[in-house]
Design a protein around this ligand. Structure first.
Ligand code: ATP
Length: 134
């Protein structure tokens, strides 16, 4: 047992479905690593970079939005608002989203909009970070 079945589902559909040897997810308290045989759990995920090593030992990265991860019976199910591979990211769009969110955060806005703009800023920063990593 050196791998575990993993599915990553976003609002756009199935992002990844296959065996994974190692997985690192952005949990609310920092990066969390998952290896085969991990104990059962359900945790919240925050905007950030997810990494996984597939059955051929290749590492992949994705920018994800908020969501949840369940690990049970050596299977991992990740459900997130959004997920993009590095080459799917439109850098200009992410820069514009970052600027829009920063501009709104400088203004007097409701608590609800403040939280929404913070989340939008976190998504944009994650996308930009992923496109500048090698
Ligand atoms: P925007 O304001 O540019 O729409 P957003 O963060 O509000 O950004 P989301 O609601 O997170 O956008 O995503 C909506 C859809 O657009 C999802 O399918 C997501 O994968 C995609 N998406 C958002 N931003 C980008 C981007 N910069 N490059 C590629 N796909 C993106």
């Amino acid at each position: 047992m050196n791998s575990f079945a993993t599915q990553i589902i976003s609002s756009d559909g199935m992002f990844y479905f296959g065996r994974v040897k190692s997985l690192v997810v952005p949990a609310t308290d920092g990066a969390m690593g998952i290896l085969p045989g991990h104990e059962e759990m359900i945790i919240a995920l925050q905007e950030g970079i997810l990494r996984y090593q597939d059955g051929d030992d290749l590492w992949h990265k994705a920018a994800i939005g908020r969501g949840t991860m369940q690990v049970a019976n050596n299977r991992c199910t990740i459900v997130v608002d959004t997920a993009e591979k590095p080459d799917e990211i439109d850098v200009k769009r992410a820069r514009e989203a970052k600027e829009r969110a920063e501009e709104r955060l400088r203004q007097k806005i409701s608590d609800r909009e403040y939280r929404m703009m913070q989340a939008a800023l976190a998504r944009a920063l994650t996308r930009l970070k992923l496109t500048t990593q090698d």
